[in-house]
Design a protein around this ligand. Structure first.
Ligand code: GLA
Length: 385
């Protein structure tokens, strides 16, 4: 929450550097309502920005060095020379997103000078809510604003995506785009090929619930990049640029030329793109029944075809479905292999969902879940303090 992380970062900055910061940037995490693993297939996604995010406060230090303090990572520090060459820190993962952002911005010919920085974020780590995107976008927006670089927000998002690639995850463009360009009270339909953005108002009679399974996910691992390769392979077999261009008829025509896993990966993406567009329509009409049908179909497709859910997450989805009864709009959100579930619910049903999770989740997982009530928030923000 902006106020909370702003206060924490200002206080830590002052204590550490002995003076007041002059600038603040903030960018939120996100929850994806529907459209999973479609972004790097040039398809559609429907995320919204959440109430948690990353604040960075800064002051020019008159040197060529970035000197950084990560408040929530045990007050770890790091420093590096501003340069167009990315040099990774061996252990400080958080620092590498900032190191990469500076290098990539300087590679575009922009001038960046030394800053003292304190960073504080409250996006839960490993929850599938894009803590790293919020860090990248917050920092990119800070640099652009302080040094008058005028980098458009969507270009900052693309640079954030490139930071992830430098750090080993060949992710799509969803997380950084929503973190940069989110608007309060709206989800964002992103066409990940044209990068055209369409705001889709969230019906005012619906709440967004995020339930963190507290089984940590990490995308800087092989599974994500492997899924991407499988999708690219399927597109190649069908002779299309990306799975966005394929239909189920085209896929079925080539079924004999691919293994079952490749077929199912492609089926997930092709059907998921359709579901996103149908869900957008349902949102526009406040049609919770159709939204519920599409979100649960999305979950089953991630579970059975894309194989990115885990038993704890599947269990949570079923607990929530049972608690809501009819019109349960619920699915896993984010990259997968742990993380969170998202539900779009009528406010009156929130207490029964919470009660069911409290009563049932620990039995199947040995863990407690964390429930986050949010609505759609604004994207990146900058101000002089
Ligand atoms: C992660 C990636 C995104 C997207 C999702 C899955 O969040 O960063 O680009 O691929 O997984 O939809």
């Amino acid at each position: 929450m902006l106020d909370v992380v702003k206060a924490k970062s200002v206080e830590a900055f002052t204590a550490h550097f002995g003076c007041q910061p002059e600038f603040l940037a903030y960018a939120p995490g996100r929850v994806n309502l529907i459209g999973e693993h479609t972004d790097y297939n040039d398809g559609f996604v429907l995320p919204c920005a959440i109430k948690y995010g990353t604040a960075i406060v800064a002051k020019k230090n008159g040197t060529n060095k970035m000197r950084m303090l990560a408040v929530d990572v045990n007050h770890e520090t790091d420093e590096f020379e501003c340069s167009a060459t990315f040099t990774a820190h061996e252990t400080k993962v958080w620092a590498n997103y900032l190191r990469a952002m500076v290098a990539l911005i300087m590679q575009k010919g922009h001038k960046v000078e030394g800053l003292d920085l304190a960073i504080s974020g409250d996006v839960p780590l490993g929850a599938g809510l894009s803590s790293s995107a919020s860090l990248e976008v917050s920092f990119g927006h800070l640099l652009s604003s302080i040094f008058g670089l005028n980098i458009p927000l969507q270009e900052i998002a693309l640079t954030g995506q490139a930071c992830e690639a430098l750090n080993g995850c060949k992710c799509g463009i969803m997380d950084q785009t929503i973190s940069a360009c989110g608007k309060a009270n709206s989800a964002l339909l992103i066409d990940c090929r044209s990068l055209v953005l369409t705001q889709v108002p969230v019906p005012s009679n619906l709440d967004i619930l995020i339930v963190n399974s507290n089984v940590k996910h990490s995308l800087v691992g092989g599974e994500y990049n492997e899924r991407r390769e499988q999708c690219e392979n399927a597109a190649k077999i069908m002779g299309v640029k990306a799975l966005r261009d394929a239909t189920m008829d085209m896929l079925n025509a080539k079924k004999g030329e691919m293994d079952d896993v490749t077929y199912r990966r492609a089926r997930h993406v092709i059907t998921e793109d359709e579901r996103v567009l149908e869900a957008v329509d349902a949102f526009k009409h406040g049609d919770l029944a159709t939204l519920a049908e599409k979100m649960y179909a999305s979950h089953c497709s991630m579970r059975d075809d894309f194989e990115i859910t885990i038993p704890e997450i599947d269990g949570l989805v079923e607990i929530i479905r049972k608690a809501i009864g009819e019109n349960a709009a619920v699915r896993m959100t984010g990259g997968g292999f742990g993380g969170s579930v998202v539900a779009v619910v009528e406010p009156a049903k929130v207490p029964q969902v919470k009660a069911a999770i409290d009563a049932e989740y620990e039995k199947i997982s040995g863990k407690k879940a964390t429930i986050i009530e949010t609505h759609a928030f604004d994207g990146a923000y900058f101000t002089t303090l």
